[in-house]
Design a protein around this ligand. Structure first.
Ligand SMILES: [Fe+2]
Ligand SMILES: [Fe+2]
Length: 467
């Protein structure tokens, strides 16, 4: 088989025999991982997928029916920028690095491995969802997200193999050995070990957790290490679809609930097989708080080091007034005893919080669009994002308890009110009871509205997945 067929790429792989050998050795292990941990029960189905065959406008979105194990996972970097310079930190204005500077090896490897680990993790978390897909359209979107997360793993593994020698090869193997939720060899980050049992969770995950991914990629796209920047810039083009799946998925659930509420204003939506709005809000609270953790601690010397060394910038660094960020401070409310006190943190140490701010704003825009569905329907209920302090397991708020509005409370009160704020056992059981597969063309489950339009100009009743 031709190399370009086996590993599509725009990195001149055929001219780098050492890298080619390393990747050819990794390929069968990857394929085995996909068969073991990819979508269970659908490895032989023909799925209408988008495949990147090049990075230009014509080639990056090629649509066809393919079997997932035959998906052409490839290595694609955005086109290089001539004379690119480092945009921030201690090396601002110096030429971007094409090789890894020796003293940054450790940092950079950690950044790449942490990002890389999330990609296969989400495929593992979602591997059973095809079996309960509410429509073929949704099933296809799930599988699209899954194969692209697989390609994102390839993107990170390319960097490890190309630039990190033996350590890189070992890390690339380890990425296939950890397993989401496995107590002995878990994935690195918390949210990627949480089970995704139902489709409401899947929509929340792609809306809120994939969006963390978007902001991490945006920060890495600023990197002074040019291959990392170019890799992540291309990944972002694919990531946009994942968030579309999440935002519109939740919106369609809300849409359906509102329709059911109208049919019978005196009854609980659940009596009509829909998902009530407070349950949706509790799912938001859960997945938003788990996702907020992924940005790391509010006050972080690691974040300062990544920024100083030019490896990880801010969201759209070009719009920042001061790229050194040496003088500024960030004011945050830090728990002290039973209260919160306003504290100034040197800006570089607050870089995780700066990125979290951009994430929160972006999430809020999506929530506003959900609320406009309610407004148009004349429903008074509104969704809100909980405070960034609510239900945290990482950072300065993790050792205290807060209401969704961000008010400090005792741990005992939090436990007492937990079921008001986070999905309760009975919420989870109810939502699980709705997860009956609808695998017939043009049909959809009762609890979710069909999409406004199909994929790539195809109608909703297109045969997106042929079993
Ligand atoms: Fe990804
Ligand atoms: Fe994603």
């Amino acid at each position: 088989m031709e190399l370009r067929e086996k590993i599509p790429n725009n990195v001149n792989l055929s001219e780098d025999p050492k890298l080619q050998r390393a990747l050819e050795k990794w390929l069968p292990d990857y394929q085995q991982w996909w068969l073991d941990m990819g979508p269970e029960g659908f490895q032989h189905a023909d799925v209408y997928l988008r495949t990147a065959i090049s990075v230009d406008a014509k080639g990056w979105a090629h649509f066809d029916h393919v079997k997932m194990p035959d998906y052409r996972w490839g290595i694609f970097l955005s086109e290089p920028e001539a004379d690119r310079r480092i945009g921030f930190g201690d090396f601002e204005g110096k030429p971007a690095w094409q090789e890894v500077p020796g003293e940054m090896r450790g940092y950079l490897r950690r950044l790449i491995v942490t990002q890389g680990d999330t990609e296969p993790a989400s495929v593992e978390q979602q591997r059973l969802l095809g079996q309960t897909a509410p429509s073929l359209y949704d099933m296809r979107n799930l599988f699209q997200v899954n194969v692209e997360e697989g390609r994102h793993l390839w993107a990170m593994v390319y960097l490890l193999h190309k630039f990190f020698g033996r350590d890189g090869r070992e890390e690339a193997e380890a990425l296939l050995e950890r397993r989401s939720g496995d107590p002995d060899k878990p994935r690195i980050l918390g949210a990627f070990n949480e089970p995704i049992r139902d489709w409401l969770s899947f929509y929340m995950f792609t809306m809120l957790t994939d969006r963390d991914g978007k902001f991490q990629l945006l920060a890495l796209a600023e990197s002074g290490f040019d291959p990392l920047s170019r890799t992540t810039r291309f990944m972002l083009t694919e990531e946009a679809h994942h968030m579309f799946v999440g935002e519109t998925g939740v919106r369609r659930v809300i849409q359906r609930s509102v329709e059911l509420m109208k049919q019978d204003p005196n009854e609980d939506v659940r009596a009509h097989g829909g998902i009530d709005l407070p349950t949706i809000q509790r799912y938001v609270n859960l997945w938003y708080s788990l996702s907020a953790d992924l940005f790391g601690g509010e006050i972080s010397s690691n974040a300062a080091d990544y920024f100083a060394s030019g490896l990880k910038g801010r969201y759209h660094e070009v719009n920042q007034p001061d790229h050194a960020a040496l003088d500024g401070v960030y004011s945050m409310r830090v728990p002290q005893g039973d209260t919160l006190s306003e504290t100034e943190v040197p800006l570089r140490n607050a870089m995780n919080e700066v990125l979290r701010d951009a994430y929160i704003e972006d999430c809020q825009r999506g929530v506003d669009r959900w609320n406009s569905v309610l407004e148009k329907a004349g429903v008074d209920y509104r969704f809100t994002l909980p405070s960034r302090r609510f239900h945290r397991h990482v950072g300065i708020y993790s050792n205290a308890s807060f209401t969704p509005a961000g008010e400090p409370i005792s741990a005992a009160e939090f436990e007492r009110r937990r079921d008001e704020w986070l999905p309760s056992q009975s919420d989870l059981e109810y939502v699980a009871s709705l997860m009956q597969p609808v695998h017939e063309r043009g049909k959809i489950a009762h609890w979710v509205a069909p999409p406004g339009k199909g994929i790539h100009g195809k109608p909703f009743d297109f045969d997106y997945v042929r079993m």
